[in-house]
Ligand binder design. Structure first.
Ligand code: SAM
Length: 509
């Protein structure tokens, strides 16, 4: 019989945590891990840290265990207008340029605070945007804040803060954008609160970029002071997925302590005085060879990232486990010297999976000119356009897909998602109802209708749809992959539905 030492158990648990949450607990951080387990033990109703540790490693971590561990192991350090210098560069250079480009066009901006903690970061971004865009109410502005820790998410969706959250914040922020509550805290004003959407998202899951989690076609992604807690492997995967979530020309903002030539080699590094930002250039492929630099103090593995990242598995286009081919077949390999290279849906799909959207469009257009009733190719084209933020084109191709196959509930659901992103909420609702008409068990459509109703403060209606979603989900096993869900498990989705529903319950009070 083998005796498992506490050391071996801690090592095993840190591996499980790295795999499921991305968080890095090397030996020197085991005291932090032990502290976290001790406090989690109370919440799990276990008598002490030792039995908690034993129980956690006895089988793969469940969704609930991950949630509870997250609330004891993640670092909640944040405040309004943190790292002012970066925000000043955004205010002075990056955002004005973006706003100028969009003003004459569709007035649309999409910003994501990934690892938003208690919400100070996304609300700071909202404040910044209202300063920069006088007519912001006429714009379609998405500010998404996501985190893994349900307690942080709760605070973020309430939007009420102690004075400590303003510890290095200019005075005008609190004066202009907050009101004092009865208990002496500070509530973000409704107009700013409404600009921000808070959602659960575990960055270690492969749930992005995705229309489902609204993490596609972002103009700016903030992922500050998050990756420094990740294992090198997990950080690389997250960075690659964030790259895919950005529009061409979009920006990634990390903390000054997290900049790294090696880790962000796929981006164009743009140096401003005292601030480094990363810009996506879709033409640029992952670097072939980069010397192993470091992120923060932790040793980092070398680039390029492994090929199994940048996951898009929606609507049956691709399965989660399919790796990318490292290179596309050359003309010679295809036996096609001279003349134009034959194009195919498969080739377009490969390009799409590598985030090479412009080339994907080129291939699909040629393919569709010869195979004009190929609904799958049309659907892929709609999705590429959606990922590029070209919503009018995405909608056009989605509608062509529907015309080719009217009875596919998933196509109507995609249409609803695009319409929602365009701000056409009534039409989106109609499409979701159509989805449910075709497939009453389409969980995601119930969830989307619940969210729409919650957003418009029709809480009774939203509760009904949340109930429907939860009751349909209860028929699945936790580990079952939900249909049309981009690889999301039923258990994970149930948690998301529950967190979202609770936000509504609190808002109603
Ligand atoms: C130090 S806070 C940073 C907050 C904010 N971005 C800032 O810079 O002020 C780190 C946040 O990352 C979140 N986090 C850690 N691991 C995560 C994961 N796997 N997925 C999503 N969020 C995660 C934590 O819950 C925490 O809220």
């Amino acid at each position: 019989m083998t005796t498992t030492t506490p050391e071996a158990q801690l090592s095993q648990l840190s591996e499980l945590i790295a795999a499921q949450m991305g968080l890095h607990f090397p030996r020197e951080r085991w005291p932090d891990l032990e502290r976290g387990i001790r406090s989690a033990a109370r919440e799990f109703d276990l008598k002490d840290a030792e039995s908690c540790l034993e129980w956690l490693i006895s089988s793969p971590l469940t969704r609930k265990q991950v949630e509870i561990l997250a609330s004891h192991l993640t670092v909640g350090e944040t405040y309004f207008f943190r790292e002012r210098k970066s925000l000043e560069i955004l205010e002075g250079h990056v955002l004005p340029e973006l706003i100028r480009a969009r003003r004459g066009n569709e007035k649309r901006l999409r910003i994501w605070s990934a690892g938003c903690c208690t919400g100070e970061e996304p609300y700071s971004i909202a404040i910044l945007l209202t300063k920069l865009i006088p007519d912001w109410k006429d714009w379609k502005i998405t500010i998404l804040g996501t985190d893994l820790n349900p307690r942080f998410l709760q605070t973020a969706s309430e939007g009420i803060y102690p004075k400590w959250s303003f510890r290095e914040t200019p005075e005008w922020v609190r004066e202009k954008y907050f009101t004092v509550t009865k208990d002496g805290r500070w509530a973000v004003i409704p107009s700013i609160k409404k600009m921000v959407t808070i959602h659960y998202l575990n960055l270690a899951d492969r749930a992005f970029p995705s229309l489902l989690t609204n993490t596609n076609a972002m103009d700016v992604v903030f992922c500050r002071n998050v990756l420094m807690y990740f294992t090198p492997e997990a950080a690389k995967k997250v960075i690659q997925n964030l790259f895919c979530s950005l529009m061409d020309g979009g920006w990634l903002v990390v903390s000054p302590t997290e900049t790294s030539q090696a880790l962000f080699a796929q981006f164009v590094t743009v140096n401003f005085p005292g601030v480094t930002l990363y810009k996506k250039d879709a033409q640029r492929l992952p670097a072939e060879e980069v010397s192993p630099h470091e992120l923060g103090d932790e040793p980092r593995a070398a680039w390029p990232p492994s090929a199994d990242v940048c996951v898009e598995l929606d609507w049956g286009i691709r399965s989660p486990a399919q790796p990318f081919p490292e290179t596309l077949p050359s003309d010679a390999e295809e036996g096609n010297q001279g003349g134009p290279r034959p194009t195919s849906y498969g080739e377009a799909l490969t390009l799409y999976e590598r985030s090479r959207y412009e080339e994907t469009v080129e291939k699909l257009v040629v393919w569709l000119s010869q195979n004009c009733d190929d609904a799958k190719a049309m659907l892929l084209l709609a999705r590429v356009y959606a990922n590029q933020g070209k919503l009018a084109e995405a909608l056009e191709w989605c509608e062509k897909t529907i015309a080719a196959d009217k009875m596919n509930a998933g196509y109507h659901y995609l249409r609803a998602t695009i319409l929602q992103e365009q701000g056409s909420l009534a039409e989106a609702r109609a499409s979701l109802k159509r989805t449910l008409y075709l497939d009453p068990k389409f969980v995601l459509a119930h969830f989307a209708l619940a969210n729409l109703a919650q957003r418009e403060e029709r809480f009774k209606e939203s509760d009904k749809y949340f109930e429907n979603a939860l009751s349909l989900l209860s028929a699945y096993r936790q580990e079952d992959i939900l249909p049309e869900s981009e690889g999301m498990t039923a258990g994970r989705f149930m948690e998301i539905v529950t967190v979202q529903r609770n936000q509504g319950v609190r808002a109603e009070k």
